[in-house]
Design a protein around this ligand. Structure first.
Ligand SMILES: Cc1ncc(COP(=O)(O)O)c(C=O)c1O
Length: 393
């Protein structure tokens, strides 16, 4: 069976150059990076080189990069790390209604610890209006955490504007850039942002490694207490292989991102245009242009996203639906609902996220497959013909 991977926002394949770069660290470069002997020193150099590469990709200083196990851990470290360190100054946090569970659930946890959280809404494109953040600020606010780009729709937030609002109010600003990093240019050095989350497995590196960039001078409480690793900000022997892999990925992107992104955007545009030209009754979820170059989220009216997902899987196409299975019933994506989507449209939504390695042939095959599956499912839908007839009348 032909296999087409259009789920790069979930995770990405490991790039061959990354695989090559980690090989020595799976064999002779095995030391503990905290050891002072030769075996440790070699590995320490590998980690510090990776830190340097990542800092140079994001425009930060190397010492501002804290390695963690994931985007999720980085989000928790940023949010709880500020709450526990700055909680005496105030107990109010601002985030949005479309954050990843890593941010959302860290905030919900803090609500059980005496913090108050404002979840600002989004507009119909899934974008936070900066004024809503301004209006939510109060004397108690210690942190604003707004994602750079949304994982389901790809909509890109106005982080420079929101960061400026936070900075003018003297409030610390965090952004979850797990989906944005490597897809759109980010210059931490120029951004009015104090902390930024990234993750290795979204950029063709490995699962189980991520990082948090913490601007010099911003103090966070460690969430993992142990050794002195990561300057006391995250105890635990480093995931050496994962870090080396991330270093290599961001090094590659430092020189090759513009070309890679242009190619992915070309393929996504072709895919999106093909679907809209050939299949009626589609709704684009997310912003038409202010969107990650690889992502397209579409509601296929009169079909269930989950049914489409399974049928496409049988044809070798991997994509994703935002719906969650709660006690046997399929709930539409909460992200699309807070954007104001019709609940039945939200139920028929699929996310296709392209990436490195996709080709024109993939796109052409996928357009044909989606058209076939939609026609098949609509033919079974009691609602579809009656609506068509109603329109024809
Ligand atoms: C926006 C966003 N934040 C955080 C995460 C979590 O990252 P990780 O899988 O590395 O824990 C994801 C993963 O899907 C994400 O899309």
């Amino acid at each position: 069976m032909r296999k087409i991977y259009f789920d790069n926002n979930a995770t990405t394949p490991v790039h061959p150059e990354v695989r090559k770069a980690i090989e020595p660290f799976l064999s002779d470069q095995f030391g503990n990076p905290s050891s002072i002997h030769w075996a440790g020193r070699d590995v320490r150099k590998g980690i510090e080189d990776a830190r340097q590469e990542i800092a140079s990709f994001f425009g930060s200083q190397p010492l501002e990069v804290v390695f963690t196990s994931s985007g999720t851990e980085s989000d928790n470290l940023a949010i709880k790390g500020i709450a526990y360190r700055q909680g005496n100054a105030g107990k109010h946090i601002i985030t949005s209604q479309v954050e990843h569970p890593a941010v959302m659930n860290a905030c919900r946890f803090l609500e059980t610890q005496g913090f108050r959280v404002t979840y600002v809404p989004v507009n119909r494109y899934g974008i936070v209006e900066p004024d809503t953040v301004r209006e939510a600020l109060n004397r108690e606010t210690i942190l604003v955490s707004i994602m750079y780009a949304n994982n389901e729709t790809g909509s890109v937030m106005a982080i420079p504007e929101i960061g400026t609002i936070a900075r003018d109010a003297g409030v610390i600003m965090h952004t979850d850039a797990v989906q944005a990093a490597g897809k759109i240019p980010i210059d931490f050095g120029q951004l009015p942002v104090d902390m930024l989350t990234f993750s290795g497995h979204k950029v063709n590196a490995l699962k189980g490694a991520g990082g948090l960039i913490v601007r010099k001078g911003i103090e966070i409480e460690a969430m993992s207490h142990g050794g002195h690793q990561e300057r006391g900000r995250r105890g635990g022997t480093e995931n050496v292989v994962g870090i080396i892999a991330m270093g290599k990925s961001f090094k590659r992107l430092g020189t090759g991102m513009a070309d890679e992104v242009a190619e992915v955007l070309r393929l996504r545009t072709k895919f999106e245009k093909g679907l809209f030209a050939r299949i009626p009754e589609l709704v684009l979820n997310g912003h038409p242009t202010r969107r990650l170059p690889n992502t397209v989220n579409i509601s296929f009216r009169f079909v269930e996203g989950e049914a489409m997902l399974l049928n496409l899987d049988m044809m070798g196409i991997a994509c994703s639906s935002g719906s969650a299975c709660t006690s046997g019933s399929l709930e539409p994506s909460p992200i699309l609902l807070v954007m104001g989507a019709d609940p039945t449209d939200a139920q028929g939504a699929l996310r296709f996220s392209l990436g490195w390695g996709n080709t024109d042939a993939d796109v052409e095959y996928a357009i044909d497959a989606v058209e076939t599956v939609v026609s098949k499912l609509r033919a079974l839908s009691p609602l579809y013909p009656s609506t068509k007839e109603a329109k024809a009348r």
